[in-house]
Design a protein. Sequence first.
Length: 274
Amino acid sequence: MAQSGQFYTLVIDQLTARGALLRWEGQSVLLPQREVPASAQVGDELRVFVYPGRRDELVATCRKPLAQVGEFALMRVVQVDRHGAFVDWGLDKDLLVPFAEQDEPLQIDRRCLVHVGRDRSGRLVGSTRVEPFLSSDVSALKPGQAVEALVWKLTDLGAKVILNQNYGGLIYHDELPPDVERGQQFKAWVKRVRDDGGVDVTLWPSGQSGRDEACVRLLEALSQHNPLPLCDTSSPEEIHQWLGLSKKAFKRAVGILYKQGRLELREGAIALKS
């Protein structure tokens, strides 16, 4: 059964002064005139997002919300009233985050990670309670698998991330860029799936491809700035500013290139070997 809060490919049944009427689940859904393509004709297919509009009647839009049902995204609080907080999710009608779905009280202009879902009556609502929406079955994740990682919490160990909009994971501090923020997204790789169900994640692919990428970045930087004012004692911030690498990846690349005889180590710097 089709439900609102998702994308569908729908057929234009009728063109009216108000817009295009699209066929959806035995009823018509309006795509407002301002969003109807100039060349649209009856029978054309359009990819649209269906959701309850300002009067709670179902409407279609060609605009893409920050997240659809089942997904997380960083959203800004635009209003707070007796019903809860309303967040901007990229559509005309803001999304309600009821008080019961707030992990802590939300205030106007705060940016928070929101999960889009439905309440018991089927109404679209948001929630800032992340963990209840993460799957505990991580058997589908394998070491070396590429994933999309969304940062949702910074801890003493590193960054807690949401993997593929479905699983929880952790990127340790020594893997992170120094300016990481909640809501940032990274392409990442599964490092290990622990016995306790936890998932460790890395920002570098395992094996030769990850090592090669770090070495290439270091050599490119040295081709423009030789020597580089970086060494084992350089801060993660300095290394990331110069190379966009974590300190761990930097040290690994230096070790590889040094063993190959391509680098020389100087006091407080590294240089291409002449």
